[in-house]
Design a protein around this ligand. Structure first.
Ligand SMILES: [Fe+2]
Length: 249
């Protein structure tokens, strides 16, 4: 499988490219609208055609590139079925493999950050979205977030994967790139080790995080699979403007 981890600095989002060497088809997990030109360039450099974009959840901090990439490349939009977005071409269901040529992805429903959140396992990698981050986890105070649900999703489902499964999160604010299930199960300061459900719920309730600055624009935009809203305030415009260059890995 061809594989790239791409970083979008404005929202600190990792986008993952998975490609099939035999057919030249690719899927992008959590593509970001302002990084479209970078994604298209990477696909071209690798000689791949984008078959699908795939979302872990409805994002609050950036707008997905799904709709624009569909317009530019003819790719299809895959997203969790339970979010019931009319713009979705393929609804992801728990435990039903998502297959694109030789790339096989196992969807794992991991509610808690949002109720419709999915992680995706592909071989010895797992794309954990905002459920499990490196030494952290996504917030649980918006979008039907639920700390109890997140605790159970991570501890019962993700930590049930083999120790050496590589953890690729949707974000990292310090540009750490990869971890493993064994490492997070033992050392994740929020969810690892002996942390109890009760302790985790209190810890999340006590975070007192600020109101997300882009959420009021991102949610309606992402419910349309990536429409940039009109009238974006000056300080948020960069979320919908194309990056010319972007660091990539
Ligand atoms: Fe999120």
């Amino acid at each position: 499988m061809l594989f790239r981890q791409l970083y979008e600095p404005l929202s600190s989002t990792y986008t993952y490219l998975l490609g099939c060497e035999q057919t030249g088809q690719a899927v992008l997990i959590d593509a970001v609208v302002n990084a479209i030109e970078r994604d298209l360039r990477v696909l071209k450099d690798l000689g791949l055609k984008l078959a699908y974009t795939l979302e872990t959840h409805i994002h609050a901090d950036h707008i997905t590139a799904a709709r624009h990439l569909k317009e530019r490349t003819g790719s299809r939009i895959a997203a969790p079925a339970m979010d019931r977005l009319p713009c979705t071409d393929h609804g992801i269901l728990d435990g039903v493999p998502f297959e694109m040529a030789s790339v096989r992805i196992e969807p794992i429903h991991t509610p808690g950050h949002t109720d419709g959140h999915f992680a995706y396992r592909a071989g010895d990698r797992v794309f954990t979205g905002d459920a499990l981050l490196i030494d952290g986890c996504g917030r649980t105070d918006f979008q039907n977030g639920d700390a109890v649900a997140l605790y159970r999703s991570v501890r019962e489902r993700l930590f049930g994967l083999p120790d050496d499964t590589l953890v690729y999160p949707a974000h990292d604010y310090q540009q750490r790139r990869v971890s493993s299930i064994g490492q997070e199960r033992a050392r994740n300061p929020r969810l690892g080790g002996e942390r109890t459900e009760q302790e985790f719920v209190k810890l999340m309730a006590d975070l007192n995080l600020p109101y997300p600055k882009f959420i009021d624009y991102a949610l309606p935009g992402n419910r349309e699979c990536g429409l940039c809203p009109e009238g974006l305030p000056e300080n948020l415009k960069a979320h919908c403007e194309r990056m010319e260059q972007s660091p990539q890995g």
